[in-house]
Write a protein of this length. Sequence first.
Length: 349
Amino acid sequence: MNQLLPLIDRLVRAHSLSEEEYETLITERNEQAASLLRQEAVRLRKAVYGNAVFTRGLIELSNYCRNDCLYCGIRRSNAHADRYRLTPEEILACCREGYELGFRTFVLQGGEDAWFNDERLCGLLRQIKEQYPDCAITLSLGERSRESYQRLFDAGADRYLLRHETADKAHYEKLHPPELSFDNRMECLRNLREIGYQVGCGFMVGSPFQTPAALAKDLKFIETFRPEMCGIGPFIPQKDTPFGQHAGGSVELTCYLLSILRIIQPNLLLPATTALGTLDPQGREKGILSGANVVMPNLSPVSVRKKYQLYDNKICTGEESAQCRGCLAQRMDAIGYELVIDRGDPKSN
Ligand code: 5AD
Ligand code: FES
């Protein structure tokens, strides 16, 4: 008898388990449980989203960062990082190309770079919104003050991605330098929500010192916070960081957690991340087949792509935006899904 089957049954019916039960689901996982979770996740996603896969054009604005997260390749003390910053004109050119390719969401992501102050960002947001009023704009620019989040929202930003990285405070402190605080991270997420953003959080799978208990906290956090989006991907070591020699996360556990997250919250926007595709050539397909429903191809200029190296061996750094879009459309088609031209807002369950 597989002791996990009653737990899975209850998860499917109640969309909730206790933290201890989530931990058991992780520590005792086996192929039969994974297969059942996958099947239920796909069924629930189909009921909400059909076979549509949403796409977001990722524009990596800058790899300057004032932070020093121990896992991240663009941390400030990585002297090997070749720093760049796109100009507003270059960013607008990425949006133009992306729009023509069928993207209706642009994700502006970058390190915490002081050059992108509120004034510059608000100007940029207004221009993008004026030129592409039918598009959603997602920001992923780290921790800012509540006032700043409010100004950016007022200037047209619709969504904000800020991965919480881990819901376990002690674990958070092992991944970050002392000046970064878990409480402030969580406060940022609450502020974003209160301002009215669609909010995305998320975590790495297999980050150094992560335990099944910490992952169970992540699942409980998602269950209670109920974000619109949740980005999860395997940790992949970057050689010039303090964690460069640590083991990376696994595709298997990432996909297992994607299935559980889909069941917890059937309408959750869940990307099959580039990190998943980096670890396994079929990683993004496996992610979709486990319950993910979003892909985020790169729209950054090819000239800077290799420089935005949060982790080693990142894929898609040599391809043009059109190639990535075409490649993903074909990959989704091959597994029976359709990449749609749509803002990809969350649907109600
Ligand atoms: N491996 C995988 N993901 C990483 N990120 C940062 N560094 C790494 C790494 N080495 C993730 C973090 C961050 C997001 C932008 O990328 O979760 O929030
Ligand atoms: Fe970039 Fe396939 S998605 S090359």
